[in-house]
Design a binder for this molecule. Structure first.
Ligand code: SF4
Length: 285
């Protein structure tokens, strides 16, 4: 005897509004100007990037490769040096920076102007973190509790975080700095689409036999959602497409919860859901 697997999908799985708007801006600009350049991938998802390439959205490594069309600055922000270089070259820039990332940039400047030592909770080398760090001199990036433990005692400090950080990591690092800093100001800059995604996974993970998180293996945001899921359900898997889904995962399962990273396109998520719905599982006798 077999029955269909019960599939529950997180309400807000997939593209956040920042990524959705940036992609729309890129498409509009390419349509209006024949093409648009972009420094690096718009999102960490190969399927999205190759689809956009067909729509004349061209990825370049340097502003020197930009000619006769606008350049789009991506959702997760761009270092001031590149803004200045684009201006000096007279390039037309389309700003697709997410408004919530602009907010992080202005908050870090305010904290710096208050004379605080600044910490950014985020991944070393991630483009968003690099651009946040470049807004002021001497900001220090902390990615782990171990790094926070190495911070010396301080009189005044301020904290912001990368928009897609795991809430638990942010809380743990703030907890440690609270013990070391006399006057500590924290601006919670984990964005609400990220918080909402993490909350929805926490609801699904304990209530389903299996969890599937859809997204590219190169997406830090998807990896983080997978980690959140793993803390509550050891049978949590990250998949890039239906090809990665293994039938043996569902041998003793009756239900599966699905979520996706902020860079995973709707059609990919839909394909995974349809595939899961087509799976039949053995009923327990
Ligand atoms: S993850 Fe958050 S901050 Fe980043 S682009 Fe999406 S909405 Fe904006």
């Amino acid at each position: 005897m077999s029955e269909q697997l019960k599939v529950s999908v997180a309400t807000d799985a997939g593209f956040c509004f920042g990524v959705r708007d940036a992609i729309e801006k890129a498409r509009e600009t390419a349509r209006a100007h024949g093409k648009v350049y972009m420094l690096g991938d718009i999102v960490h998802n190969e399927r999205v990037v190759s689809k956009l390439a067909e729509e004349n959205i061209k990825i370049v490594d340097s502003l020197d490769q930009v000619h006769d069309a606008p350049v789009l600055f991506r959702a997760h922000g761009t270092v001031p040096e590149l803004w200045e270089k684009a201006k000096a070259k007279g390039l037309s820039v389309v700003d697709a920076t997410c408004p919530l990332v602009h907010e992080i940039h202005s908050e870090i400047v305010k904290l710096h102007e208050e004379g605080r030592k600044i910490f950014i909770i985020g991944d070393h080398g991630h483009d968003e973190v690099v651009a946040i760090q470049a807004q002021i001199p001497n900001a220090v990036v902390l990615s782990t509790v171990a790094e926070a433990k190495a911070v010396p005692r301080l009189k005044r400090a301020g904290i912001v975080s990368q928009s897609t950080q795991m809430i638990e990591n942010v809380q743990a690092i703030i907890g440690i700095l609270t013990m070391k800093v006399f006057d500590l100001k924290v601006v919670n800059t984990v964005c609400y689409p990220t918080r909402r995604n993490q909350e929805q996974i926490k609801e699904l993970a304990p209530n389903n036999d299996i969890m599937i998180i859809v997204g590219s293996y190169t997406s830090a945001n998807t990896k983080r959602l997978h980690q959140v899921s793993l803390t509550m359900n050891p049978n949590s898997y990250m998949v890039e497409s239906t090809d990665d889904i293994k039938a043996e995962w569902f041998e003793n399962a009756a239900s599966v919860g699905v979520s996706a990273g902020a860079s995973s396109p709707d059609d990919l998520i839909k394909e995974v859901i349809e595939h899961l719905k087509s799976l039949h599982v053995k009923t327990r006798e």
